[in-house]
Design a protein around this ligand. Structure first.
Ligand code: SF4
Length: 351
């Protein structure tokens, strides 16, 4: 298929079918950057309220940079991958303080900022500065793999390179912003992962997947290692209207978010006797708790880990050695927390 035909068709389709999304009506790099970082985490429908919240709370990159980290993490809460939120804040600091509030105006310079990879740099450079550099996200991988019949895995180094090269050949050099948004939208709405709308498709005559009924086989993805199971027992210290919380440190999931005193075990079978023996610091308070096995287990899936968690609520003040901090229930509501912790707090009617 002629390259120009592909780009013309997809742009035509976009102009007729695109959704009206708030970040599409702007070329402000701050807003485009924010939307792209959020959309890496979630689908458009779920990302919209987060985008609106960020723009409301932090209307400019300087406002975001000036906000306390805790507030930024709280606004991000529920999106997961908190490293992205920390990088977002670090990037805002650099742009606000070292670049006088202005994002760099080209792909190469954008790539030097924390948290900005090929995808985000290409999106900002093309949408805001009209630089002809292709954006390659999951939607683009899918469309190209199917239309051109590419079997190289989209998560292999060589596959990424191949798709990237092809997208950069196909891009409309005069209208890179339109082309990039068009191909992503086409993947999101038309050439969808399941049940693509092939019968009514602009590429029906050219599409390799359609001709060979290969839609479910393409794109190819190398399977990830199975997620690791982890078993958390949280001891929730409560004294009246106060809870004792732990600020998580670096080196594990949920850095800088707040949870409770955590004991990690190797299975769901930890008994109260085991706790008393191995966690003598908790022994006096654990007399209040029934057999831990009787407590409900929550399940929480992360990309590489499956967390099984239970919560033992004890009335009392923890030993200072545990390093917990005391917060009123009202303050706890505003602390950045893993979604798992918020779920428990709601179930226990503590929030
Ligand atoms: S024909 Fe089907 S698989 Fe091919 S591009 Fe169109 S929607 Fe996607």
């Amino acid at each position: 298929m002629d390259n120009r035909y592909f780009s013309q068709k997809v742009v035509e389709w976009y102009l007729k079918n695109k959704r009206n999304l708030p970040w599409r009506n702007t070329t402000d790099p701050y807003k485009v950057w924010l939307s792209e970082i959020i959309l890496q985490q979630t689908r458009v429908e779920q990302g919209l309220p987060y985008y609106s919240l960020f723009i409301k709370k932090f209307p400019t990159v300087k406002a975001l940079a000036a906000a306390p980290a805790q507030l930024v993490l709280r606004a991000w809460q529920g999106l997961g991958y908190y490293t992205r939120a920390r990088n977002l804040h670090r990037c805002a600091h650099i742009v606000a303080q070292q670049l006088n509030g202005k994002f760099p105006d080209n792909y190469a310079a954008l790539l030097t900022l924390p948290g900005i990879g090929n995808y985000t740099a290409a999106a900002i450079a093309s949408i805001c500065f009209n630089e002809p550099v292709a954006v390659v996200d999951g939607n683009v991988f899918r469309v190209l793999a199917r239309v051109f019949g590419i079997y190289e895995p989209i998560n292999s180094v060589s596959g990424k390179q191949r798709f990237n090269e092809l997208a950069n050949i196909l891009i409309d050099k005069e209208r890179p912003a339109l082309f990039n948004q068009a191909i992503m939208e086409f993947g999101a709405l038309h050439c969808t992962p399941r049940n693509p709308l092939c019968a009514d498709c602009i590429f029906k005559k050219q599409c390799v997947a359609y001709a060979g009924i290969l839609q479910t086989e393409l794109p190819v993805k190398i399977k990830k290692k199975p997620a690791r199971n982890r078993y958390f027992t949280y001891v929730v210290f409560r004294k009246g209207n106060f809870l004792f919380m732990n600020k998580r440190s670096a080196g594990d999931i949920w850095q800088s978010l707040y949870d409770f005193y955590l004991v990690e075990g190797r299975s769901q079978k930890l008994t109260l006797a085991w706790f008393k023996k191995h966690h003598t610091e908790l022994a006096p308070l654990l007399t209040q708790v029934k057999q831990p096995g009787a407590t409900r287990w929550y399940r929480h899936n992360l990309s590489h880990q499956k967390i099984f968690a239970r919560f033992l609520v004890v009335n009392g003040v923890p030993d200072k050695k545990l390093g917990l901090r005391k917060f009123s229930l009202k303050t706890v509501e505003n602390l950045p927390k893993p979604v798992l912790i918020s779920r428990f707090l709601k179930d226990a009617q503590l929030l």
